[in-house]
Write a protein of this length. Structure first.
Length: 336
């Protein structure tokens, strides 16, 4: 049964991850409590889905999935608030891969999406292994247990929800009552399931964006499309031409491209990327862009009339040897 399969993950690989997190302590232990909370929230959702019919519209479904979205956001916000932590790579490994819980909004192939999120986090798990494998074996076990958790999640999704989330009942889903307050460990506290209604007319892409609205922009970026600020028009009362319209955050895969939109970010990190378009809002013009091993990167700056000025990020550098036997490297800016 689908719910029992997910319970096995919670009581098995995830429990080991939580155990090793407590042994490491500090930010890793606190962060793991948020992860435990996220899995418990998803377990409750799967229990509901197994007994109910699929909601008639996307708004109702988004309301049911909002607790999962909130958990993902809380996990990633914790990383952002603790960037100076000794365990920053640990926090980043979880933050980059926790969107795997968003598989419930992916179709027709959610299992490959889980694997992709697992792979995204391994950039940081490899750093953890490099830094700690000779110092403390607990950190190695911590990495293995987390990767195993997501690997088992992928297998679970492939077995029970091959083409998308399966709803077990025929009736409309009922609202989940808020859980009573409790100690964080164990059992973990669960989130309040009171959800804020979303705007009417939101499609599946908006649903996926809602689930991943906490995703950090420092994720390893893939090729970005030219459409992040060109969402579908609203059905009523369209804005006048030239008026800047606030758009919700977006983290959507479109074929082989990722469309990533955030309102304001302090830093954008690009690593091992060939081809990306970075559309900046007026509020993000003070952003810092850090790139490595990347090419064909363009920054698009708003003109104020709805258009953008496209500026390429330099890719060439000139290095010379100074008389004192040191190197001097300057950017060779592309004026073309």
């Amino acid at each position: 049964m689908s719910v029992l399969g997910f319970t096995d993950i919670v009581q098995g690989a995830l429990a080991q991850y939580l155990q090793f997190s407590q042994k490491i302590g500090g930010d890793v232990a606190q962060h793991s409590q948020l992860v435990q909370q996220a899995f418990n929230v998803q377990l409750q959702f799967l229990q509901l889905a197994s007994q109910s019919g699929k909601p008639a519209n996307q708004n109702d479904l988004m309301n049911l999935l909002k607790p999962t979205s909130d958990c993902i956001s809380a996990i990633q916000n914790y990383r952002e608030k603790n960037r100076t932590s000794t365990y920053f790579n640990h926090l980043s490994a979880i933050s980059e891969s926790i969107p795997a819980l968003g598989w419930v909004a992916v179709s027709p192939a959610p299992a490959p999406y889980v694997k992709e999120m697992n792979d995204a986090g391994q950039f940081y798990t490899n750093r953890v292994l490099k830094d700690w494998k000779e110092k403390n074996k607990t950190h190695v076990d911590w990495v293995k247990s987390w990767i195993q958790t997501l690997t088992e999640l992928q297998a679970f999704v492939k077995q029970y929800h091959t083409t998308g989330l399966v709803w077990g009942g025929k009736g409309a889903p009922v609202a989940i009552p808020p859980p009573p307050p409790g100690a964080p460990l164990p059992p973990p506290p669960l989130l309040d399931f009171n959800a804020t209604p979303a705007d009417a007319g939101v499609d599946r892409s908006a649903l996926f964006a809602q689930l991943n609205q906490g995703a950090n922009v420092t994720s390893p970026l893939k090729q970005g499309g030219p459409t992040p600020f060109k969402g579908s028009s609203q059905t009523s009362g369209g804005p006048a031409a030239g008026v800047q319209v606030d758009k919700p955050p977006k983290f959507v895969r479109d074929g082989k491209k990722w469309l990533i939109v955030f309102g304001k970010v302090p830093t954008i990190s690009i690593d091992k990327t060939d081809g990306c378009q970075i559309y900046l809002s007026q509020d993000s013009l003070d952003v810092e862009i850090v790139s490595a091993k990347s090419s064909e990167m363009n920054v698009l700056i708003p003109k104020g009339n709805g258009d953008y000025t496209e500026i390429p990020i330099p890719e060439q550098f000139k290095t010379t040897i100074l008389p004192n036997k040191t190197l001097s490297t300057v950017v060779v800016e592309n004026k073309g």
